[in-house]
Design a protein around this ligand. Structure first.
Ligand code: UTP
Length: 230
């Protein structure tokens, strides 16, 4: 296998989308920073607002959930394409669309950065990040989200929501019961992602992605945001 240590970085689609190319540039710089310290980033990009707009329109037209998920996946790949370009040749230009594609990309001797979006219906890009961590043997997933980390309740709805510095997957599963699993509305950690991080004992650090520097800090081992432990 390669010389570099794999590290999975999941970026919410709210930060990698067409309405803010400057932020995509800043993300590319942060990812290159991580790459230059000897890690090989496997980056998973979400769908963001654009995916949700398409999914909402499709749902109004009566499109079924599986097809709506496929629409979401297509948007994640469009977002991934923008990030690949901003990485200026350091990233592989083919976006893995299946787990076998990902494995092939990972085994490529050039050890370039891998950027991808969704895989199949019924899950979120967080589940993709968990699969990518398993396939590459990555010990850590850095998850750049719209919030500061994992809270005991939704911080947008409750002012007294408490941020966890550390939480086990088991505790997290208890908090996340009864959450939505519809196209465009997957909760931060959908059941497939929890199952995988739990069975392969993968750690996840959830950080605020509004500042791309946070992924560099997380890669350096700084204890920002929330650490989800096996
Ligand atoms: P996400 O909902 O994972 O995007 O993927 P995101 O950017 O992380 O979410 P936000 O913006 O931060 O809230 C977008 C949509 O693509 C489909 C789902 O419909 C999902 O809601 N998708 C993604 C899949 O069906 N399968 C995948 O493997 C990934």
């Amino acid at each position: 296998m390669g010389r570099m240590t794999p590290i999975v970085i999941k970026i919410s689609g709210s930060f990698i989308q067409p309405d803010n190319p400057e932020l995509i540039k800043s993300y590319a710089e942060a990812i290159i920073d991580v790459y230059s310290t000897g890690y090989r980033p496997i980056v998973i990009v979400g769908g963001g607002k654009v995916a949700r707009n398409y999914i909402t329109a499709g749902r109004n037209l009566g499109i079924n959930e599986a097809l709506l998920d496929l629409i979401g996946i297509q948007v994640t790949r469009l977002n991934a394409r923008l990030l690949i370009h901003a990485l200026e040749g350091r990233a592989m230009t083919t976006i893995p669309e299946t787990v076998s594609d990902l494995l092939k990309a990972y085994e490529d001797p050039s050890e370039r950065i891998i950027v991808m979006g969704g895989l199949q219906p019924g899950q979120s890009t967080n589940a993709v990040s968990a699969i990518a961590a398993e396939v590459s043997g990555s010990f850590l997933i850095i998850n750049a989200t719209k919030v500061d980390g994992v809270y005991d309740k939704d911080p947008k709805l409750y002012k007294d929501a408490k941020l966890f510095r550390e939480i086990s997957v088991e505790e997290l599963k208890k908090i996340l019961t009864d959450k939505s699993a519809m196209a465009g509305r997957y909760e931060l950690f959908d059941p497939p992602s929890l199952t995988i991080i739990s069975r392969s004992r993968i750690k996840v650090r959830v950080v605020n992605g509004a500042n791309p520097e946070n992924i560099v800090r997380a890669a350096k081992g700084e204890s920002i945001g929330t650490l989800i432990t096996p």
